[in-house]
Design a protein around this ligand. Structure first.
Ligand SMILES: Cc1cc2nc3c(=O)[nH]c(=O)nc-3n(C[C@H](O)[C@H](O)[C@H](O)COP(=O)(O)OP(=O)(O)OC[C@H]3O[C@@H](n4cnc5c(N)ncnc54)[C@H](O)[C@@H]3O)c2cc1C
Length: 398
């Protein structure tokens, strides 16, 4: 690990040096400066302190042979063999990334009785689908699934691996990354590939105020998770391409300390991420009761109500309705925002929607930068008029 070394003999004024650290990570103990666990390695003390007083000792980086790691792999997310659509979105992205470096696309599929379903992946551009079909993999159990993932990586040595940021993916990806002591970037919104096979992992950071570009230049595989609906799924090709590779792993590696006693399916909920039409309430909605107007518009359009974070924080809707960085990512055919300013954290969750209509009384509201149609005005005048017009068009009495 990189570290800071303090050369006490080069410090004439302890207090001056202590003041430099914005994190309070420098302490004076018995007339000496010590660095505590609050240190963020920002190196301000190195740059601004007395010359040579604090030295940054970098990690010894072992160069890896990147040519040994080839291809872009996708983890096939599924429940009881039913493939999660994020998998197809990631296959589309993997194909794009792999084409830049002229390397293949792989899918790794683990579960029980999944062999037949694995062919579907060949319609979405996978060159090879590695299938681990084993009764011990019937349910997602982290120990067994990580062991299979490890086996796949050891065998195939992919340069990069994409995993859906689902409940399963969010557990499996970090555990696997830790096993290979490699980097993992969660919730990437953009991915790119450099000629030298370094995956550029881009995601909002510092509360959405910057887009960080993260690289894993010294280790392989490079790992990234991506939320559902962030990438566009490719069209299903009529013809299969590529091949299925059946794999097996030693039974003792699949042993787990978790025993699944029963599985109780949850009732299927209608969630905003599956809606084709969303009407979003923002802080322009003044009272909880006024959500009825938003709901009526959503109902008439066969859609659902969603909201910005302040509406959830006010307790008017539950968190499942929140669109954005700390909410859900949506990609409906139509989204109508009502009294939403267009903060980056909100826009990051909906800017890939097909058509965006925004109503805001402030003509300078940032939401108009992403809107396809902008209506400048009061939602309390415009929304009732929209409701009236839709009812008239549908022949519904007011
Ligand atoms: C780390 C972090 C994560 C975050 N994650 C999210 C997230 O996931 N989702 C999210 O939404 N926010 C998130 N936020 C908060 C975000 O920064 C904004 O504060 C929030 O999106 C603002 O919501 P709003 O547009 O409803 O309210 P405001 O910004 O207050 O905007 C209200 C808008 O309504 C307009 N208006 C007012 N009255 C009317 C009217 N009668 N008719 C028409 N227009 C009217 C105003 O002109 C204004 O533009 C996050 C913030 C941080 C720091």
């Amino acid at each position: 690990m990189a570290k800071l070394v303090v050369h006490q003999e080069k410090i004439s004024d302890l207090q001056e040096l202590l003041k430099i650290c914005p994190f309070g990570a420098m302490e004076e103990k018995g007339g000496k400066i010590e660095i505590n666990a609050a240190c963020k390695m920002c190196q301000l003390c190195v740059k601004k302190g007395p010359k040579g007083a604090v030295e940054y000792v970098a990690d010894e980086v072992q160069a890896i042979d990147k040519s040994q790691w080839q291809g872009v792999a996708v983890y096939v997310d599924h429940v009881a063999g039913v493939i999660h659509p994020v998998t197809y979105e990631l296959l589309g992205k993997a194909k794009e990334l792999a084409a830049k470096i002229n390397q293949p696309v792989y899918a790794v599929f683990m579960g029980k009785s999944i062999a037949a379903g694995s062919h579907e992946l060949l319609h979405y551009g996978a060159d090879k689908v590695y299938v681990y079909d084993d009764p011990a993999l019937e349910y997602f159990k982290i120990e067994a699934y990580t062991a299979v993932f490890e086996n796949f990586i050891d065998k195939v040595k992919p340069a990069a691996i994409l995993v859906g940021a689902t409940t399963v993916g969010r557990q499996l990806a970090p555990r696997t990354a830790a096993r290979f002591r490699t980097g993992l970037t969660a919730d990437c919104t953009v991915l790119d590939m450099r000629e030298n096979t370094d995956l550029v992992q881009i995601r909002p950071a510092f509360g959405g105020n910057i887009m960080a570009q993260i690289l894993t230049p010294n280790t392989r595989p490079q790992m990234a998770t991506v939320r559902y609906k962030v990438m566009q799924a490719p069209k299903r090709q009529a013809e299969e391409t590529g091949e299925i590779v059946s794999c097996a792993i030693e039974p003792e590696k699949l042993q787990c300390r978790v025993e699944v006693l029963s599985v109780v399916p949850k009732e299927k909920e209608k969630t905003i991420d599956s809606a084709e039409v969303l009407v979003v309430a923002g802080r322009g909605v003044k009272k909880a009761e006024d959500l009825a107007m938003v709901q009526e518009l959503a109902d008439l359009l066969g859609g659902q109500v969603a909201s910005t974070r302040p509406i959830v924080e006010a307790g008017w809707l539950d968190a499942k309705h929140q669109v954005g960085l700390s909410g859900r990512t949506v990609r409906p055919k139509l989204v109508i925002t009502c009294g939403v300013s267009g903060a980056v954290q909100f826009v990051a969750g909906m800017n890939h929607s097909d058509v965006i209509i925004s109503i805001n009384k402030d003509p300078k509201a940032t939401i108009f930068q992403v809107a396809n149609y902008g209506l400048v005005g009061d939602i309390y005048e415009i929304v009732p008029k929209m409701i009236e017009k839709i009812k008239a068009a549908k022949g519904v009495s007011a």
